[in-house]
Design a protein. Structure first.
Length: 467
């Protein structure tokens, strides 16, 4: 498509011609993420090298009121990186360096396009630990994790991205460059702009540097896979484990179809699942003292005796542990390979998980769709994959959205909310009225206007169409 030639020349002068793209192939490549089959190509793709270049680009975009969408690794599941209104697609891929690992203060300073797993491995080599581990950690970027406030399996014990961000370098929509906080563990100085940026999904500013706190690396862990004959009891067991005084480092739920589809998808993983088993919990405890860990594992087994379970599998070697984690992290890929699907990201207080699971199945029966559920049960975060299978196209387009609205209404009635870690983005924005009043939404939108009065930065996200 035609892009303003005058603007295009200004952008080329900022970053250099090799880093400005208007061809259809590149635009389409940067026009999608992992959200279903949506494709919204930007008018032009730009690949800046640093905060200064991003500042100059945003000054141009602000002057000409051009929609500008920050684009990360495109692993998101809520459409946050989609260029809904075309304009500039701002790929962050060249900002991909770890700047410093501060072993004395247990901190890391990084650019946003560093792959999360690469960052975790880099600090692990120095005996340090960055706990946040989204399932896509091998491909997602740390900047996207900050923009979406990503979680992961170990959030139940260690928290999510927001719990580790100390300070951010951010380019505002008018081109100004600021630091949002300080590289300190405590900060009670004014409004917390750092936390405001985290989870703002690229609508308030472009993150160009990130300061994260780190932890010492734990030396040991125990991992077990627990088969349940009733999926509802697997959900009930989650709260029972915590009430017994144990805080696992991970506690993951997978219902039967999630396991079966994943085992078919990965023929190198071998887990024997009896026909009667409906669900599994993957439970990990970690620490520095094996005796304490084995004691906690025994206590967990005592809790599990009150439920109908099959033989528990303890992973004895690193290869066995890696295989079980590979199985859990591959569920989304396996589901995607089997059917067209929509993935929702519900979260409730963990004691309400059985009611949430039961309600999701009931709603599916009402609207004629099947679902595959799995997720971070330890913190009440259940991913709901709605499967098209043999549904007609008409029912998929008309009935499923009604069912999703009921699932979210149920979630909110259980004191939960729409998203635990995927964000709102493009696909969930029109459900925001379920959890927020108009007052809430107008407050959020007024914050957006303060930062971005011309609404150039990632427009079409978070806020319902009617607001």
């Amino acid at each position: 498509m035609q892009f303003n030639p005058e603007v295009l020349q200004k952008l080329i002068r900022i970053v250099g011609e090799p880093f400005v793209f208007t061809d259809d192939e590149t635009r389409n490549h940067y026009g999608h993420d992992e959200t279903e089959d949506y494709v919204f190509p930007p008018s032009v793709v730009i690949k800046p090298a640093n905060a200064f270049e991003i500042s100059e680009i945003l000054k141009v975009a602000n002057d000409y009121k051009i929609p500008t969408t920050p684009i990360g690794a495109r692993t998101g599941l809520s459409g946050g990186a989609l260029s809904i209104y075309k304009g500039i697609g701002l790929s962050m891929e060249r900002l991909n360096k770890i700047i410093e690992i501060d072993e004395n203060n247990l901190q890391i300073i990084t650019e946003p396009a560093v792959i999360t797993q690469v960052l975790r491995e880099a600090v692990a080599e120095k005996g340090l630990f960055y706990p946040v581990d989204p399932s896509s950690q091998g491909s997602c970027w740390i900047g996207g994790n900050v923009a979406e406030n990503s979680g992961g399996a170990r959030a139940v014990k260690y928290g999510v991205t927001k719990d580790y961000v100390l300070n951010l370098e951010v380019v505002l929509p008018n081109g100004e460059i600021i630091w949002t906080g300080a590289n300190t563990l405590k900060n009670s100085t004014g409004y917390n702009l750092t936390q405001l940026m985290i989870g703002s999904e690229g609508t308030l500013g472009i993150i160009t540097k990130i300061v994260l706190k780190l932890l010492p690396q734990n030396a040991h862990n125990v991992l077990m896979l627990v088969p349940f004959y009733k999926a509802s009891q697997a959900c009930e067991a989650v709260s029972a484990i915590f009430r017994a005084g144990i805080v696992p480092s991970a506690l993951e739920f997978m219902e039967r179809d999630a396991i079966d589809w994943t085992l078919k998808y990965h023929d190198d993983i071998s887990v024997n699942v009896k026909d009667e088993v409906q669900a599994h919990l993957l439970i990990e405890v970690d620490g520095n003292y094996p005796d304490i860990l084995f004691s906690e594992a025994e206590k967990i087994m005592t809790v599990l005796e009150q439920f109908e379970i099959d033989e528990v599998l303890f992973a004895d070697t690193e290869d066995e542990k890696n295989a079980l984690w590979k199985m859990r992290r591959s569920v989304a890929e396996a589901v995607k390979s089997n059917s067209i699907y929509k993935e929702e990201d519900t979260v409730v207080p963990r004691y309400e998980l059985p009611k949430l699971l039961e309600g999701i199945k009931s709603i599916g029966n009402k609207y004629g769709f099947k679902s595959v559920c799995y997720g971070h049960a330890g913190d009440g975060n259940l991913h709901v994959n709605i499967i098209k299978a043999d549904m007609s196209d008409d029912n998929w387009l008309t009935q499923v959205p009604l069912g999703i609205r009921e699932i979210f209404a149920l979630t909110v009635s259980l004191k939960g909310t729409l998203s635990g870690e995927h964000g709102i983005g493009f696909v969930q924005k029109n459900y925001m009225d379920i959890v927020f009043t108009r007052t809430h939404l107008e407050l959020m939108e007024s914050i957006k206007r303060v930062f971005d009065p011309n609404n150039i930065l990632n427009p079409g996200k978070i806020f319902p169409d009617e607001v």
